[in-house]
Ligand binder design. Sequence first.
Ligand code: SAH
Length: 325
Amino acid sequence: MTPLERALRERIQAEGPITVEAFMEASNAYYYATRDPLGTGGDFTTAPEVSQMFGEMIGAALADCWRRAGAPTDAIYAELGPGRGTLARDALRVMRRAGFSGSVHLVENSPVLREMQERALPDAHWHENINDMPAKPLLLVANEFLDALPVRQHVGGIERRIVVAAGGLAFDRDGDVVETSPARDEAIGAIATCIAAMGGTAIFIDYGHERSSPGDTLQAVRGHRFTPVLVDPGEQDLTSHVDFEAIAHAARNANASATSVVTQGDWLISLGIEARARTLLRANPDRTDDVQTALQRLTGDDQMGQLFKVIAIHSPKWPAPAGFE
Ligand code: SAH
């Protein structure tokens, strides 16, 4: 039995069944605090770890938006859940070249990942919570951050809970599931409030759906495979699909503008990733296969291209970032 399962069983025995939301929150807090989950030797691989092109496209989009907003000198680069810091490093290389000299603010609660980020970005500032960030115009990105925040599940209007059963943990009820995520709404609300007051833009990339729809999307991944969600809590990554309609709604509620939702593939192609790939190929003729494979992984319909969606929220006084037309 994993250490977290033992703790959760004790908690359930003492307090009664726990909600799916509490379970997901406890599992992921433990999981991220105790490891670097990324890459081939870990549990899953994210887009910034596939290729530098991903972060470079984001850097180009943020720098372009910042310039069109009049290049405010007090703007900061911010990122939620920056993993190994790879995206930030690739994006900032492009942004610095475009004249952006603002400071770097990372929201991260895993000590293990924070240490990796410190090596990649020695001059950055770290925050435990979104609300601890300075009130400045934001150039923000979050890749695969929202999917790790907890969801609530309801079955027949009743919140779904987890009980101790013979041989492990089990759901207290089955049936048609409806998911909501107050944690995501709160995160988006905080960012949108800052952007509406101070200016800025925020780009969110995650797997999920464009329209709110019912369904159980909670999933667990370990060693690049799907695993049963209630097994070995704290030792596998728990995520659920992001409801992008709910994200847009939370942003507009806080007086920010929200773009339409586009697929990662269409977005990267409209930002010019294919031209970037050709440049990389010319500079590194020996890496042809790597660059082609990475481009295909990031944009291909059967790979990350369709499954992942992108939305931006921005100040009504700022232009929308490119790629959402
Ligand atoms: N963006 C990175 C990592 C994605 S994994 C990439 O694309 O490679 C999710 C990241 O979010 C990790 O850095 C994890 O530690 C962080 N994270 C998860 N829940 C968090 C929370 N509640 N507060 C702050 N960071 C969190």
